[in-house]
Design a protein around this ligand. Structure first.
Ligand SMILES: [Mg+2]
Length: 227
């Protein structure tokens, strides 16, 4: 069984480092008019947020890679200086640790973060990016469902079944739920992000939890004994 974790709002919160770094990079590259006002962030891919913010701010996107570099540099500064802190959410580290090291599962990450910024956020929250044997980052596909296909292919490349029905998506937004549904994955939604519990239920998540603290309950559900 492959368990694919989202990052922001699911495993950790960055105390606003992500948004601040994004804004700083945009203002540096495009000018003060660059803004994230009115842009939906949660559950979306960083390149899409960059594109939408530039458009809404009336600035021309020059170079996606340059923005990514600048954003990563700013994010690292914010986290390294202690200006903002990346903190694991309740139970997240123990859950990842169990999935990565019990030998029963393949642990994966599936996120709208670019790989370099996503790794920084994980490391700053005390989660080892190398715990994730399967990795699908924003640069790997244009959409979140596309990232699921990438993750399933990478699992197949490792000798896994690559079957969506054998994969679990763990995330904090309806985007996470829907990308799992698109590939027949079971979905575990956690209400530690900006989305309320009833919205995750309305999106059709197979299970909604308030946080990831009850490891035995989560494992029971994964194993199907607790549906
Ligand atoms: Mg999230």
């Amino acid at each position: 069984m492959l368990v694919l974790f989202d990052i922001d709002g699911t495993l950790l919160q960055t105390g606003g480092a992500g948004v601040s770094g994004f804004l700083q990079a945009g203002k540096h590259l495009y000018g003060e008019e660059f803004s994230l006002d009115g842009i939906v962030l949660a559950g979306r891919l960083d390149p899409a947020i960059h594109r939408d913010a530039a458009k809404a701010s009336g600035v021309q996107v020059s170079d996606n890679d340059r923005f990514r570099e600048e954003y990563t540099r700013r994010l690292k500064e914010l986290l390294d200086s202690g200006a903002r802190r990346s903190e694991p959410l309740p139970g997240a580290r123990a859950f990842v640790d169990h999935i990565a090291h019990s030998g029963e599962y393949i642990c994966g990450v599936l996120t709208g973060n670019w790989s370099n910024s996503g790794r920084l956020k994980l490391q700053a929250a005390g989660i080892d990016p190398e715990d994730f044997a399967v990795q699908a980052w924003a640069e790997d596909a244009d959409t979140r469902p596309g990232l699921v296909e990438v993750a399933l292919q990478r699992w197949r490349d490792m000798g896994g079944t690559g079957d969506g029905a054998q994969a679990i998506i763990v995330g904090d937004t309806p985007h996470d739920v829907r990308c799992g549904q698109a590939h027949g994955c079971r979905t575990l939604a956690v209400a530690t992000g900006p989305v309320l519990r009833y919205e995750l239920e309305a999106a059709g998540a197979d299970r909604v939890v308030d946080d990831l603290e009850d490891l035995a309950d989560l494992i029971g559900w994964l194993e199907g004994s607790n549906l």
